[in-house]
Design a protein around this ligand. Sequence first.
Ligand code: CTP
Length: 396
Amino acid sequence: MKKGTVVLLGVTGGIAAYKAAQLCSDLVKAGACVHVLMTANATQFVSPLTFETLSGNKVSVDTFDRLFQWKTEHISLAKAAQLFLVAPATANVIAKMAAGLADDMLTTTFLAASCPKVVAPAMNTGMLDNPATQVNLRVLEERGIRIVQPETGHLACGDEGRGRLASLPVLLEEAERALAPQDLAGRQVVITAGPTQEAIDPVRYITNHSTGKMGYQTALAALRRGARVTLISGPTSLEPPMGARLVKVTSAAQMFQAVQEALPTADIVIKSAAVADYRPLQAADHKIKKKEGDLSIPLARTDDILAWLGEHRRPGQAVIGFSMETDDLIQNSSKKLEKKKVDMIVANSLTQEGAGFGGDTNVACFLTKDGVEQLPKLSKLELGDRILTRALAFLG
Ligand code: CTP
């Protein structure tokens, strides 16, 4: 989140209001300037002082409060807002928002604000499942408001069921997505990530040091910008980003098949996976027992998936590859750009400080037919974002 992003946090009168205190704190830590608006009922659960302490800003409850900084507070707050997040949202306030009612500070400001809006319902299952609430939620969704579906679990009323406020990481991620430009909406992005494993026998395999972070962070960046994402991943310990379609593979051959299946519907393909160039010619069925002397394992070439993509993509599809080198980065990467017939190679050197396997940053340059762009050290998320911006330009 950009530092200083103005977030209005609407807190309504349900027991989950206590969780909004942590949410407020997390938003502030993420860099947001948070203004909290509470309904009168919400103040029965949590004191405005809690939110004032956490946000550093006055909490708005009463529309006719005379102790305010701006002239017409609900309008100035609405104008300043870059995001309006209502969490928790009760059935009653959801109904008011759907009907366009404005009878307190929260609903008045909600009606006046034109920024992206996120609503996170939290209530008893019966109230949630009631057709009235479902219709109201649909109405809000049709108006472009993001609804963060509640979770299933133990509810404060003692019931087990759907209705628990979505978890804080989910709410924060939804906030990020609501703030991001939706310039990849309707686009299908296919990303390969992680290493491959090539079996020697049932116990051993050949692999490399890739952790998959670059591909997973690029997938996250694409999802934030509204893309549908297929993440074809070799073995990693990473959690896939929320909303990604994960296709798990182990070997280069499996990754090749998954890419072939995904290509027809893809707009953008980004091949950040570290694919093995060689596999054991014959994987043994049984564990290879040690013997006296050395052992040689004959290796066979795997298919070059990126080169296949360069040959088989349709006009209008953007294909981007990676290049990891220890020597002659630009020279070697330029050869890959030409040979594999792709739109761009993201070249990174293992010897560069801030680049390489497993870290949160990368130092890369973009190679295209028009030349080389050297990028500064960036987080892998930021680099993924820049790759996507380039990919969009290739689509025209
Ligand atoms: N790649 C691929 N299939 C392979 C090998 C590599 O699709 N069998 C892709 C990688 O996903 C990456 C790009 O090709 O996008 C370059 O990978 P890299 O390992 O840097 O180079 P190679 O082409 O394998 O050549 P070399 O190992 O000689 O550097």
